[in-house]
Design a protein around this ligand. Structure first.
Ligand SMILES: [Zn+2]
Length: 291
């Protein structure tokens, strides 16, 4: 039946075959023209249809792969570098920060259990009193006579430059320091008071070797940071070591000494140690560590 139908169809309408062929050619031509006008890459699309085994597309795809490779490398390398930098940066400072924090704790913070000793700490003949090295509560030697003489000599020398030095605070016993400290805590709170005042048993003034120095008639600069900017303050800072005194709490050394900078607080350690500490620009703590 089927073959007979075909035979019949061919016999009856032979021109249909040609109409279909011409129509197909016209459609193909139209598509080609349309694609050409739309700037479509026929070669590549044909290659894609036939498997793309011609050389040009292969080269192009290789080039594309290389571009992709380069792009990937370009992206990957900086990322790795950034990661390395990011990893290195926190790793390096962290131990330093911890070390600084430990130093802060060591020097400026009192030990958890504060028990006053029976004897003061003496290293290489030099008495050390700070937040880690307290004094017996009954340690009350009064003003050290050598320190008193040294201050007298320094005062006489300064007078030659018309600077009239005075020691407005020297020896303070345990009871007096207790009174002072508790007054400061009531006024500023304990945390702030601990930065500029010693707890009873921890004050260097209890040793009789600490002198708070100012200028007579310039009381506004006594126990004030401004003293360091006055002519008298500069003179003492430059010359005290010649008489056996050191600036006990220098600027920027709070972590080592335990106290904020005090331009007026000087400590008698003797001429030899004072000169070495002054020349090396170090603190008493650093100096005694080297002994
Ligand atoms: Zn003082």
């Amino acid at each position: 039946m089927q073959s007979r139908y075909s035979m019949n169809k061919k016999d009856k309408k032979p021109y249909i075959k040609w109409i279909l062929i011409i129509g197909a050619v016209l459609i193909a031509a139209s598509i080609t023209v349309w694609l050409y006008l739309h700037d479509w890459d026929m070669e590549r699309s044909l290659n894609a249809l036939t498997g793309g085994d011609s050389q040009q597309p292969a080269v192009e795809s290789e080039a594309e792969e290389q571009i992709v490779d380069v792009q990937e490398e370009d992206v990957v390398i900086p990322e790795e570098k950034e990661e390395e930098v990011e990893e290195e940066l926190p790793v390096t400072p962290e131990p330093n920060e911890e070390a600084v924090e430990e130093e802060v704790k060591d020097a400026t913070v009192y030990p958890e259990s504060i028990e006053l000793p029976d004897e003061p700490t003496v290293i290489d003949g030099i008495l050390l009193a700070n937040k880690q090295n307290p004094l017996p509560s009954d340690y009350a030697p009064g003003v050290n006579p050598d320190a008193q003489d040294a201050f007298g000599a320094m005062r006489a020398e300064a007078l030659k430059s018309n600077i009239d030095l005075t020691a407005f605070s020297t020896f303070r016993d345990f009871a007096r320091q207790k009174e002072l400290y508790e007054g400061y805590v009531a006024k500023d709170g304990q945390e702030k008071a601990d930065r500029y005042s010693a707890r009873p048993g921890f004050s260097e003034h209890q040793t009789g070797l600490a002198f708070d120095i100012g200028e007579s008639g310039a009381e506004q600069h006594w126990a004030a940071a401004s003293f360091g900017d006055t002519e008298a303050g500069k003179w003492v800072a430059d010359n005290a070591h010649r008489f056996g005194f050191i600036l006990r709490y220098p600027e920027g050394k709070e972590q080592l000494t335990g106290y904020m900078h005090e331009s007026w607080h000087f400590r008698y350690v003797g001429k030899e140690a004072a000169k070495e500490i002054y020349d090396a620009d170090i603190t008493l703590e650093e100096y005694l560590e080297q002994q």
